[in-house]
Design a binder for this molecule. Structure first.
Ligand SMILES: NC(=O)c1ccc[n+]([C@@H]2O[C@H](COP(=O)([O-])OP(=O)(O)OC[C@H]3O[C@@H](n4cnc5c(N)ncnc54)[C@H](OP(=O)(O)O)[C@@H]3O)[C@@H](O)[C@H]2O)c1
Length: 346
């Protein structure tokens, strides 16, 4: 077991999996964050050359497999960008080894997985957080501020759409049902999370219709609705079949707020459009690296012993709604209850 992290110590990170895309965002973000060091990378044994290559620019040690990295007492926190089906197992193993964990979305593909992680994290006093990087971008804070200011009135409807196309035969893990593939647990996580974030609660019930590109068995596109009660709803669509779109809209009793790009930011400025009876106005939010902001917020929580800046109860909620969409689609679009026994309860 690693010793408890001491304030002012460097938080030494290890990465499980030499991934082709996401690690290229997160690893520099970790290395660039004050008080953090990218200390080790691990691959499955047959891929240790990939781990060595990825770790080299950072001077990171390379471990022969994931378990060896978890056994390394010189690692305090791990980042887990493994296929979706591996998130719960490796998060629990990392917590059991005394590590803090930042795990890619979805933390789990059902509520039970999140609950198990929450119990383990609490018992071991470790910080565990799902990596919803977009929540750390100032664009979303600004959208929440505009909403709270009353400019668009009371929130009634959230529309959220996230799509990008993945070609068949590309070998992408998102096309493999055995690795937790499909649009729902990829782009869908974000489109589902946005209404939950802005309404600040779980919906009471949801419906969904899925479709699959011919030749594929995973869901590739979905259209879903969420009922938050009191006339408040969300309409959500997501796809790994369509061309790119990553937008949400908050429609209130006095106007609408539109965010053109929430989840596919690659260094450009954020843009918020506000439409009311007074006209249309545009706001620019300066470019920010939401991956680094996420790492900074996580490291601060570890250092201060405070709660993770994206709570495990929020992760549980998103997992519950995601699995309810799967259940609804399997039942031909029937409404599925998603209400919480005790609103906001952990
Ligand atoms: N937050 C974001 O912006 C964002 C963006 C992209 C992806 N993600 C998330 O990150 C996770 C990984 O996605 P990715 O696109 O980075 O995937 P990827 O490039 O396919 O990488 C997945 C890694 O998992 C390891 N792995 C273990 N078992 C595997 C198996 N049976 N098949 C394939 N790989 C296996 C591999 O590492 P080794 O070979 O080194 O062991 C592989 O490099 C997913 O949960 C995804 O949702 C998040």
């Amino acid at each position: 077991m690693t010793a408890h992290h001491q304030p002012n110590d460097t938080l030494r990170w290890g990465v499980l999996g030499a991934t082709s895309y996401i690690a290229t965002h997160l690893m520099p973000a970790i290395a660039a964050t004050g008080g953090c060091a990218l200390s080790a990378v691990a691959s499955r044994p047959e891929r240790s050359a990939a781990a060595a290559e990825l770790g080299r620019p950072f001077g990171a040690a390379v471990h022969q497999d994931y378990a060896a990295l978890l056994a390394d007492p010189a690692i305090d926190a791990v980042y887990i960008p493994l296929p979706n089906t591996d998130h719960v197992e490796w998060t629990l193993r990392a917590v059991a080894a005394g590590k803090h964990v930042l795990v890619e979305k979805p933390m789990a593909m059902d509520e039970d997985g999140c609950t198990r992680i929450e119990k383990a994290a609490e018992a071991a006093s470790r910080t565990v957080m799902e990596a919803f990087m977009y929540r750390f971008h100032p664009q979303q804070r600004r959208a929440a501020e505009i909403l709270a200011s009353g400019e668009i009135g009371e929130l009634r409807l959230v529309r959220a759409s996230f799509a990008f196309r993945i070609e068949s035969g590309s070998g992408n893990i998102r096309l493999d049902p055995a690795l937790g593939g499909g649009a729902t647990w990829d782009v869908g996580c974000y489109a589902v999370d946005a209404p939950l974030l802005f309404f600040g609660q779980a919906p009471q019930q949801v419906t969904a219709r899925f479709s699959s590109r011919p030749g594929l068995t995973v869901d590739t596109s979905a259209v879903a609705t969420m009922d938050f009660g009191q006339g408040r709803s969300a309409v959500v669509d997501y796809s790994i079949d369509y061309g790119p779109r990553a937008a949400y809209e908050l429609q209130g009793t006095r106007g609408t707020l539109m965010v053109r790009n929430a989840w596919a930011m690659t260094g450009e400025d954020g843009a918020i459009t506000v439409l009311t009876q007074d006209g249309v106005r545009e706001e620019t939010v300066p470019a920010a690296n939401h991956y680094q902001l996420q790492v900074e917020a996580f490291a601060r929580a570890v250092r201060d012993g405070g709660p993770a800046p994206m709570s495990l109860s929020d992760s549980r909620r998103t997992a519950r709604v995601g699995s309810a969409l799967v259940a609804s689609a399997a039942a031909g679009g029937a409404a599925v209850d998603t209400s919480e026994d005790v609103p906001g309860a952990r």
